[in-house]
Design a protein around this ligand. Structure first.
Ligand SMILES: [Zn+2]
Length: 336
């Protein structure tokens, strides 16, 4: 499910959101409906999970097909996963993580159901995850990590609670993520990785501090990671491209204003502002009528190793032919 969302969004950033067969995609999403739980799983006959439920909502919204979903049941599923501390679990096995807080907040916002959430309790848990360096960890007391910074800052932004962020300290920490070769890492002493082009950059964009990193060096790094034979983008030069790093590399380039890509406004904010403005069902219809609003979702450690094919006539970011993403539909996602 996540791979479908990543592939669809990557295509949409490149202006080819209609490259995939819409009905086939919607049918796949609906085949992942877990009737017992009232939510979506990552693959047919798997158990429902908050992450795949968010991806399903995002895909269906982008395909103007959210009317296929029993929203009341999904709402009940999401709310059932919040613990008394305010953190969310991902599924019935009760692993808790700020990633799942973000999934819940974003999903509820997209459904126009944020009023059903105990916002104070949710914000209180995110506050407990804030560290001395301004960053956020996956649970209270855990080390700051750039992807957790994204999920916490984005959730706070959706909830209009960015006052909870120590902005100068956090933006200093985020800008320290840039390494001499221009790439960004997720925490100190780690290697650079293309996916942090989104996790770090999106948080800086939300806080209006994109200028705190060297954009041209980051752009050059992302472009250097593209496989010029297959067209895909890997985590770092020489590695195998995959759809996960494809979307986050493209999202990073879009945030940097790279020519020819759809503007990404840092993602969820645009979509969620829209939904809050229009309310539930009306908002859903309004969303679909817009030309395109990308709602970047959380991605959790899925790596695939499929090759892309390229349109050699293009330069810079090469166009990826649609069957690259189409074959990802049959890939069984693994959440790690
Ligand atoms: Zn990565």
């Amino acid at each position: 499910m996540n791979a479908v969302y990543w592939g669809l969004t990557a295509l949409s950033i490149m202006g080819h959101g209609d490259a995939l067969d819409r009905d086939e995609m919607v049918d796949f999403v609906m085949s992942c409906w877990d009737e017992e739980a009232g939510a979506f799983s990552a693959h047919p006959d798997h158990d429902a999970h908050l992450l795949s439920t968010l991806s399903a909502i995002q895909i269906l919204l982008m395909q103007n097909a959210l009317n296929r979903v029993d929203i009341d049941r999904v709402l009940k599923f999401i709310l059932s996963l919040q613990t008394p501390s305010g953190v969310f679990a991902g599924d019935a096995f009760w692993e808790t993580d700020t990633r799942f807080v973000y999934c819940a907040v974003n999903a509820l916002s997209l459904l126009g159901k944020l009023d059903a959430l105990d916002i104070e309790k949710t914000v209180a848990y995110i506050r407990r995850c804030r560290n001395f360096d301004g960053g956020f960890g996956h649970v209270a007391g855990a080390e700051s990590h750039a992807s957790q910074v994204f999920v916490c800052v984005a959730a706070l932004a959706i909830l209009d609670r960015l006052d909870e962020v120590d902005q100068p300290t956090l933006c200093w920490w985020l800008s320290e993520r840039q390494r001499p070769n221009g790439g960004l890492n997720g925490r100190p002493e780690k290697l650079e990785d293309v996916c942090y082009s989104f996790w770090v950059l999106s948080a800086l964009a939300i806080l209006d501090k994109l200028a705190w990193i060297d954009s041209s060096k980051l752009e050059a790094f992302i472009l250097s990671v593209q496989d010029t034979e297959s067209g895909g983008i890997a985590d770092r030069p020489g590695d195998m491209p995959d759809v996960f790093h494809m979307i986050f590399g493209l999202a990073g380039l879009s945030l940097l204003g790279y020519p020819g890509l759809v503007d990404l406004d840092p993602g969820v904010l645009h979509a969620c502002e829209h939904h809050r403005k229009f309310g539930s069902q009306e908002g859903v219809e309004g969303f679909a009528e817009k030309d395109f609003v990308i709602c970047i979702g959380i991605a959790v450690g899925l790596r695939s190793s499929h090759h892309a094919t390229t349109d050699e006539s293009n330069t810079g970011v090469q166009a990826v032919e649609c069957h690259y993403v189409a074959m990802i539909v049959s890939y069984i996602p693994t959440i790690c």
